[in-house]
Design a protein around this ligand. Structure first.
Ligand code: SAH
Length: 376
């Protein structure tokens, strides 16, 4: 207690998963089961004021108020699209904000959560990549997105679930922020947290091969892999990470994942860009590749444009043709409907406000300006 009280900064309880919270309570001289009582208040009742935790003794409430906070990110903006999609701009620290998106559908509600401020991977077709990278989000900043959205949507865990699924598909590469993301996903899954089944929590990666293996040891969640091209030359052009972890290595990691979790499948995301990766030959390459992973699915995403991009969305007829080829070859294929694009909340459009430490955004802006000059 003295040690904790001595530090001027209060401890944010959203930074702990159940085990961490029990350890923390022991450290401040309390019984670990108290941690579980408090956890229920935080995630089931969405309570952030210790004084309202009525089954916690008065003395402990006072102690917690003195040394801890339940500090979720600040809502700077909550935009609602005509189709009911929400996009929150959440303030993280001075100069930085990230985006979280809620997509309601008739039978489920999906929350798309960010893992980093910006992204270091620099995929050419993604607006988050174009913003450059600032830093990893803390566990509190990741689970805090779910907490804020749940509170504002009137979510009641175990009664009126507005959030039935969480996908780590917002800003950032979640595996590059491994520990904080895993801890936050434990809180999504935990019965005393948001209580979501493993099928309903999905992590999407651009393909950080060694960390895919680590993830399968660390937690039971669903995996999505951003593929976007089925040959190495094109994939490296679109996603620089392919140089380090080429397709064969990525597929081998996916096969290991399936071998360890025989009842699960992996979803491969494939963003269709006009004239780039949407032609019949690309469909044939993808079909060949999917034969190695027969239980897996392909999720086709029509490209979502953003200012300054060199890519365009594929024509509707090409999208249809691409999907038909895959389906005819027996590949389970879904076409992701574009949601929330009137508020720039669709895949790859999340940009937030990033104080870029890589200078990438400045370089891109410079190139755009030069391009505009040449064009005029
Ligand atoms: N870094 C992780 C998480 C991001 S998930 C990953 O790469 O998987 C966001 C998904 O949207 C990824 O599949 C990403 O490749 C895709 N995406 C990015 N930009 C897009 C755009 N402009 N249009 C459509 N999809 C895009």
């Amino acid at each position: 207690m003295d040690q904790v009280a001595a530090s001027s900064k209060k401890v944010n309880l959203l930074d702990f998963d159940r085990r961490g919270l029990r350890d923390f309570f022991t450290q401040i001289g309390e019984k670990p089961y108290r941690a579980e009582q408090v956890m229920k208040w935080i995630y089931h009742d969405l309570e952030d004021n210790f004084e309202n935790m009525t089954d916690v003794g008065k003395a402990l409430r006072a102690k917690l108020t003195e040394v801890c906070t339940i500090g979720a990110p600040k809502t700077l903006l909550n935009k609602v699209a005509t189709d009911g999609t929400h996009k929150w701009l959440l303030g993280m620290d001075t100069g930085n904000a990230i985006e979280t998106v809620y997509i309601p559908e008739p039978t489920r509600g999906t929350l798309c959560v960010s893992s980093q401020i910006g992204c270091a991977l620099n995929c050419g077709f993604c607006s988050t990549g174009a913003q450059g990278f600032n830093r990893n989000l803390s566990t509190a900043e990741i689970i805090g997105q779910v907490w804020v959205a749940a509170k504002q949507l009137g979510n009641v865990t175990h009664q009126n679930r507005r959030i039935t699924n969480v996908v780590m598909m917002g800003m950032g590469e979640p595996l590059a922020n491994f520990d904080n993301v895993v801890r936050a996903m434990h809180l999504m899954r935990d019965d005393l947290g948001f209580g979501l089944a493993s099928k309903r929590v999905t992590l999407s990666t651009a393909g950080m091969v060694p960390l895919i293996d680590q993830l399968s040891d660390a937690i039971d969640v669903s995996l999505a892999v951003s593929l976007h091209a089925a040959n190495d030359d094109l994939r490296t052009e679109l996603m620089p990470i392919n140089k380090r972890y080429p397709i064969a290595d990525l597929l081998a990691a996916c096969q290991r994942w399936i071998a360890r979790k025989p009842r699960t499948s992996i979803t491969f995301e494939y963003t269709l860009m006009k004239g780039i990766n949407d032609q019949p030959e690309h469909a044939r390459q993808l079909i060949k590749l999917m034969r190695k992973l027969p239980t897996c699915k392909v999720n086709l995403i029509p490209f979502n444009p953003f200012p300054g991009t060199q890519y365009q969305r594929s024509d509707a007829s090409d999208i249809h043709d691409f999907q038909t080829r895959l389906l005819n070859a027996g590949v389970l294929t879904m076409l992701r409907r574009t949601r929330g694009d009137d508020i720039d909340a669709a895949c790859g459009q999340l940009a937030g406000q990033v104080t870029d430490r890589t200078r990438r955004s400045a370089d891109i802006r410079k190139r755009q300006d030069e391009g505009a000059l040449h064009a005029s």
